[in-house]
Write a protein that binds this ligand. Structure first.
Ligand SMILES: Cc1cc2nc3c(=O)[nH]c(=O)nc-3n(C[C@H](O)[C@H](O)[C@H](O)COP(=O)(O)OP(=O)(O)OC[C@H]3O[C@@H](n4cnc5c(N)ncnc54)[C@H](O)[C@@H]3O)c2cc1C
Length: 437
């Protein structure tokens, strides 16, 4: 019998025994802080608060912990934001851009420390992140390396073409840059791990509990849910691309955008033939692939962005074609798992971090590069609430810019398609000397 088609459940959820759901919120409760959303942004804030001695924290999650992008992503843990570093530099100048980038490097280190401190079993693999050169444009790659190392204080290493086969063996690539301080992990296991750590510190987490409304009450807020409410001095809205009908000003300023992931059958020793290193790999196209080997010799492969929903079978077909383009020998590899995830994107591609009113905070818009930035957000918001530390002023530059939904979604899809065509043209006519890094 042929194997069943992928069912849309993220691979990570299939590798652990089912667990009992946390109880939904019933009745009235109060706390100093109420967090909406059990993804990395909400969980990092909850844990950051607990670690600072604020334990009167209630977190409500409409589905289950890690249901959103956080429990279904590619697992890359690396520096930076969805906004390209060169753009960050252009927009903020060297000092502010470097300071903001440094926060993400600190976040990568903090994630590592938390994995160790809370004994989180999320299979971290310390192999760095490899940015593979798709276009054969060494000049642009070298400029990118100089930018990262000289402006952002990173330590990116040039991997020449003749060295590349020790990292990834594909005829597609011409060279690469290695970000050595990066790693990859099982993101759902990490989400569950930090959730448990926050709970052990006193935070109360409720699953199956959608925040339906937020109302001003005295010097705080009431967060209404289907069968209860939370009264809190501070509310943090961290609903990612799944936020609907709660805070229109926030929702108008971001677009829910899908991206896709699949996992192959176990490939045996062929897996380390094509990917001899432990690196997590992506490439220099706008519409890049991202992938890495898993411990059981499967390949986890991600790519594409879209405003359209696709069935798991369609996701599998699409990504399998992309994979065969990089590794022709894997053309017939079976796809066992395929799923999509929803990211939230602001027009400026930077996180939206701030307060809509006194005590009403938001942390959304992390896009496709959010593991470290959500941890940054958690630390900054926890410090703001626990000790009135101001948020870095640079985040205020990336405020809530309203976008008319249907039009903006269509524009985002057009921009993506145009960028795919630009990638193709660039592939056909490589390296123009006037191209920017
Ligand atoms: C397929 C995919 C691959 C990716 N790969 C990477 C990667 O390799 N590396 C990287 O750095 N980033 C990656 N990203 C991006 C990263 O996963 C996200 O930026 C990050 O997880 C966003 O976290 P979040 O907490 O803001 O949102 P989410 O993880 O989406 O969490 C939001 C949560 O809020 C809940 N919620 C929404 N509304 C309500 C409500 N009213 N009441 C209660 N709960 C509510 C949702 O159910 C959801 O669980 C990827 C994203 C996707 C989708």
């Amino acid at each position: 019998m042929p194997p069943p088609p992928p069912n849309g459940i993220p691979y990570y959820a299939t590798t652990r025994p089912p667990r009992a759901a946390r109880a939904a919120l019933e009745g009235a409760t109060s706390a100093r802080v109420c967090i909406v959303g059990g993804g990395f942004a909400g969980l990092a804030t909850a844990l950051g608060l607990v670690e600072r001695g604020v334990d009167a924290v209630v977190l409500v999650e409409s589905e289950h912990i890690g249901y959103g992008a956080s429990g279904r992503n590619g697992g890359f843990v690396f520096g930076g934001y969805s906004l390209e570093p060169a753009e960050l530099l252009r927009q903020l100048g060297a000092a502010e851009a470097r300071a903001l980038y440094a926060l993400t490097l600190d976040a990568v280190a903090l994630i590592r420390r938390r994995i160790r401190a809370y004994a989180i079993d999320c299979t971290p693999v310390e192999g760095g992140a490899l940015l593979a050169d798709w276009f054969g444009d060494e000049r642009t790659m070298r400029r990118r390396q100089a930018l990262m190392n000289e402006v952002f204080g990173a330590r990116w290493r040039w991997i020449a073409r003749d060295e590349l086969a020790a990292w990834v063996d594909s005829p597609r690539y011409h060279g690469a840059l290695l970000e050595p301080d990066a790693f990859h992990f099982d993101p759902l296991a990490y989400a569950l791990g930090i959730a448990a750590a926050a709970e052990r510190g006193g935070a109360r987490l409720h699953e199956g509990t959608r925040a339906a409304a937020i109302e001003r009450r005295g010097d705080g807020y009431r967060v209404r849910t289907a069968r209860g409410h939370v009264d809190a001095r501070h509310v943090i809205v961290a609903g990612g691309g799944h936020l609907r009908g709660l805070l229109p000003a926030l929702e108008r300023a971001m677009l829910p955008v899908a991206t896709y992931v699949m996992v192959t059958e176990p490939l045996g020793e062929a897996a380390s033939r094509w990917i001899p290193s432990d690196a997590a790999i992506y490439d220099t196209r706008f519409a890049f692939d991202y992938y890495h080997r898993l411990a059981d010799t499967r390949l986890l492969w991600g790519g594409r962005i879209s405003v359209r929903d696709r069935s798991p079978a369609a996701v599998a077909r699409l990504l399998q074609r992309d994979m065969a383009c990089v590794f022709p020998a894997l053309r017939d590899a079976r796809v066992d798992h395929a799923w999509s995830g929803t990211m939230s994107y602001a027009r400026h591609a930077m996180p939206q971090l701030g307060a809509l009113a006194d005590g009403l905070w938001h942390a959304v818009g992390f896009g496709g590069h959010g593991v470290a930035p959500t941890t940054v957000a958690g630390e900054l918001l926890a410090a703001a609430i626990a000790s009135a530390a101001p948020l870095p002023a640079a985040f205020a530059r990336y405020g809530l810019q309203a976008m008319p939904r249907p039009l903006a979604l269509a524009a985002a899809q057009c921009r993506y398609t145009a960028s795919q065509w630009r990638d193709r043209l660039r592939e056909a006519w490589p390296a123009s000397p006037r191209r920017r890094a």
